[in-house]
Design a protein around this ligand. Sequence first.
Ligand SMILES: Nc1nc2c(ncn2[C@@H]2O[C@H](COP(=O)(O)OP(=O)(O)O)[C@@H](O)[C@H]2O)c(=O)[nH]1
Ligand SMILES: [Mg+2]
Length: 334
Amino acid sequence: MTPDNLSGIREASQRVLAGDRRALARVLTQLESGDPIAAEVLRAVDGHTGTGYTLGITGPPGTGKSTIADRLTEVIRQKDKTVCVLGVDPTSPYSGGALLGDRIRMQRHYLDPGVFIRSLATRGQMGGLPRIIKGMARLLDASGADVVLIETVGVGQTELGIMGVADTVLVALNPESGDGIQALKAGIMEIADIYVVNKSDRDGANQMAAYITAMLHTGPTPTDWVPPVLLTQARTGGGIDDLWAKVQEHRDYLISSGELDRRRTERRRSEFIETISEELVRRLNASLEADPGLIAILEQVAGKKAEPYSCALDFLASSELPFSRAGSTPFTGT
Ligand SMILES: Nc1nc2c(ncn2[C@@H]2O[C@H](COP(=O)(O)OP(=O)(O)O)[C@@H](O)[C@H]2O)c(=O)[nH]1
Ligand SMILES: [Mg+2]
């Protein structure tokens, strides 16, 4: 880092901590693009994180997650708390932009200095949330957000990632949804702290809620918190006050049981490990294209001049990774 960079980092960090939205937006962009400046800002603001509360909203497409986020924002603002909304949508075709519908809906909050909205298109990234969401949420927290709302779309396994970011996870489903049943079967059960049957103006809302409740009672309940099932009509705002009250209740439960600290501690551990493994894969892929030595080995392996498994282990042993030598017994697949 040059002295220029250092003073830039200091200034950016101070601005983020002061809640400067433009500085915040810039650092988020830097984080997205892998700019090392963002890592330094995260380092600088780390001691100022932990006061914000992170709420994840997930569920199948079209269930009303954005509408719920919009309504919750309204309720939270009425309580004079500040909100940051992070929308994560892998299908969004706009680079770094929101789905048009979301933008229009959230428009009324754009002029409110107590609301910061950001969306993230995860172009083609499969298997869960992009890891940098965690850093983003921490930046928003450091900037003074009382609540960080994160909307993610999907069902089942791809949504498990939200557990790694949010303190409380809401799962939104709809009455008539076969997709709801699918979601439940696909393992979304394990991630919900609160269920929301939205569009309860439609037929079958009570049945859907009863179905979820029944499923909950057959499944294992590993903690004292039994996820409640709430009915909402996000389009008109119905049930949103109750939903926010439940979120508070869950938060209180997490705090009094020590679970909030446990979740957050685990989140930091896994972010560290995930970052290393993701970075290693990224660097490996870069080397596969640029490192003549590695390219030569790869050709030998491909051309049956060398054996892939033993060669991979040899390569690891000869590379400069700190954990590539002693004691690194290879995974044997058993
Ligand atoms: N009937 C009804 N429609 C709703 C309700 N909440 C949201 N919607 C509509 O459902 C559609 C999808 O909502 P959206 O929030 O974009 O869903 P998302 O894809 O889960 O974010 C929109 O047309 C909303 O207006 C509701 O309570 N009742
Ligand atoms: Mg949405």
